[in-house]
Design a protein around this ligand. Structure first.
Ligand code: FPP
Length: 255
């Protein structure tokens, strides 16, 4: 029994004591918040309660990212494909979003967080759009973490939208063909002037990007874990960052 206790204590200590190099904190972290449904199923709960538990994980991770000095945190909250889920689940996700914005606004604003969104927001229910616009307008001049909620987001539609905007600017002679470079293209994406994600995290054991930040992930470091999103806490975030800090990022060059 004593040995077992020592084992748990040792493991807890190791997790709590993750030392991070403050000079190598990723500027932009992006997370595919997966596994809410499985988390609920394991507990014989409705899927909506899995998503609700996922919001708790969001709270912890946003706070920790802000404390660590991460500049951008992009959370994949609703994909262009998620409309194909049962109507009840879609509705519960939209309701959770409104609740989150209303309940968390004050604390996020007090902590200098910018509440932003990426994706085709125009297709979201009116109440979601109203709350998102309000939150952005009130926080856009904050200087802390930029929290990007990816909503009705799809990497492929983002690229198609960028192509359409570029075509229009070409037609209206706002830009010329030889001005179209990778840098210019990036600026037409939903992420605009933001840096590409340094680190993309996906919990729940799935090993794919699922249409998330397809252009921007060209040189992102990927980190996967088996635990479901509602169980993703500060320690997992720190483990991911500690692992990232050990990686040798060469961007195709030779050192
Ligand atoms: C994927 O898990 C998760 C989602 C599609 C939604 C994520 C949403 C939240 C965490 C909460 C709402 C968002 C905000 C910003 C308040 P899944 O349902 O696909 O899980 P499964 O693969 O285990 O079924």
């Amino acid at each position: 029994m004593k040995k077992l206790f020592a084992f748990f204590k040792k493991n807890k200590d190791t997790k709590d004591n993750i030392e991070l190099d403050k000079s190598k904190i990723p500027e932009h972290i992006a997370i595919i918040m997966d596994g809410n449904g499985r988390w609920a199923k394991e507990r014989n709960l409705p899927r909506a309660l899995g998503h609700r538990a996922g919001v708790e994980a969001i709270r912890k991770v946003v706070k920790e990212c802000n404390n660590l000095g991460v500049k951008y945190l992009t959370l994949y909250a609703f994909s262009t494909e998620n409309w194909n889920r049962p109507m009840q689940e879609v509705e519960s996700l939209m309701k959770l979003l409104v609740e989150y914005l209303k309940n968390e606004f004050e604390e996020l604003n007090n902590n200098d967080v910018v509440i932003n969104s990426i994706g085709n927001i125009s297709k979201l229910p009116r109440l979601c759009r109203v709350e998102l616009d309000k939150a952005y307008e009130k926080t856009k001049n904050n200087k802390g973490l930029v929290l990007n909620l990816a909503l009705n987001y799809g990497g492929r539609s983002e690229i198609v939208d960028a192509v359409k905007k570029i075509s229009l600017d070409l037609k209206n002679k706002k830009i010329s063909e030889d001005e179209i470079t990778e840098d210019l293209f990036s600026k037409y994406l939903y992420t605009g002037e933001m840096p590409d994600p340094d680190l993309i995290i996906r919990p729940s054991g799935e090993l794919r990007l699922s249409n998330f930040l397809l252009w921007q992930s060209a040189y992102s470091e990927l980190w996967f874990s088996d635990i479901n999103w509602p169980d993703f806490h500060e320690e997992e975030l720190k483990s991911a960052i500690a692992d990232y800090q050990k990686r040798d990022r060469r961007f195709g060059k030779v050192k």
